[in-house]
Ligand binder design. Structure first.
Ligand SMILES: [Zn+2]
Length: 331
């Protein structure tokens, strides 16, 4: 039986993945080609033996949900992470897929539930294909991923008995960001929580420096009304930060911009940055890698190393949620 559920919410979710070595991370950023308006208007029962239609290289393919999740996990997280962290990733990936299946197909790919474009849905590489790049560890890593997916078969993260929008990123700062601060959508389970272990990510702290001319050229294209006359030290004013440290808004050459927009325009690792200047240069010092909302992959690694299990990790990062089987939520 199909259930029609109106959640009465319209969410703008930006899914964007950045390559980190052999892994991809689900990241969110605001750019025209990666925007997708998700309007939840209906939901259908989804079983764990369900087939999902995946647009692979632009061609729709039917794959079992669990095989799809295996390919997403293979593409999204380092296979040498502790298995409980990989299980957390598997459940987050499954939850996101189920959310998309229930939400209805996107105009971007009306013939498929999800696509393999990391800018839009999630990276997906069949496990055996991905394993070819793992060398001597191939068998080991494949077994770990298969175990992580199989041990969590059919499990998703729920809030009020519904699958959540299980966004994740590589490494947040000391606290995760809230969806409200990053995207302006107040989502009760995507609020700021403590997050340790991000500093194990090689990109946790990074500095990008632009010459004043380089910076002016980039900004003049993106924000033509910004006045960048004068010295670099006068360009940024009135910054407003989230409680987690990310820039919510800042004035750049007298024009108010969001941290998310600036991050996209400048290619910064995160919105959690400070600025330093010299006579003719400007530097951005970032903390964290990714939007910092929801599950932190390096945070999951840290908690797993502290002995926490995947369900403890997930309910820590997604506030007020419960792990349930697909059978339970379709009852
Ligand atoms: Zn897609």
């Amino acid at each position: 039986m199909r259930k029609i559920i109106s959640l009465g919410i319209v969410l703008t979710i930006f899914i964007y993945l950045l390559p980190v070595g052999i892994q991809y991370i689900n990241d969110n950023s605001k750019s025209s080609f990666m925007q997708d308006m998700l309007s939840v208007h209906a939901s259908a029962e989804i079983k764990d033996d369900e087939m999902i239609t995946v647009s692979v290289d632009g061609k729709a393919e039917q794959i079992s949900l669990e095989d799809y999740i295996t390919g997403v996990v293979a593409a999204e997280i380092s296979p040498d992470f502790p298995v409980e962290a990989i299980k957390a990733q598997a459940v987050a990936a499954r939850t996101y897929a189920v959310y998309k299946m229930r939400a209805g197909r996107s105009d971007t790919h009306p013939d498929a539930d999800v696509c393999d474009d990391f800018h839009h849905c999630a990276a997906y590489t069949p496990l055996t294909e991905k394993a070819a790049s793992w060398g001597d560890n191939s068998e080991n890593y494949q077994n770990t991923i298969l175990q992580a997916v199989n041990d969590t078969k059919g499990l998703i993260v729920t809030y009020e008995n519904q699958p959540i929008i299980a966004v994740f990123s590589a490494a947040s700062g000391d606290m995760t960001e809230s969806a409200k601060d990053v995207w302006g959508s107040d989502i009760p389970y995507l609020v700021s929580v403590e997050s340790k272990g991000g500093d194990a990510c090689s990109k946790y702290k990074e500095t990008i420096t632009f010459t004043a001319d380089e910076f002016r050229n980039i900004i003049q294209k993106a924000i033509p009304s910004a006045d960048l006359t004068g010295k670099p030290e006068t360009w940024f004013t009135n910054s407003e930060r989230s409680s987690a440290g990310g820039i919510k808004t800042v004035k750049l050459g007298s024009v108010q911009v969001t941290g998310t927009d600036l991050r996209e325009t400048l290619g910064l690792n995160s919105t959690n940055f400070t600025v330093s200047t010299s006579e003719d240069s400007i530097s951005f010092h970032t903390i964290g890698y990714g939007h910092g909302v929801g599950l932190s992959q390096y945070g999951a690694k840290y908690l797993a190393e502290q002995g926490q299990t995947y369900d403890q990790i997930l309910t820590h990062y997604y506030t007020g949620t419960q792990i349930k089987s697909l059978d339970e939520i379709s009852e």
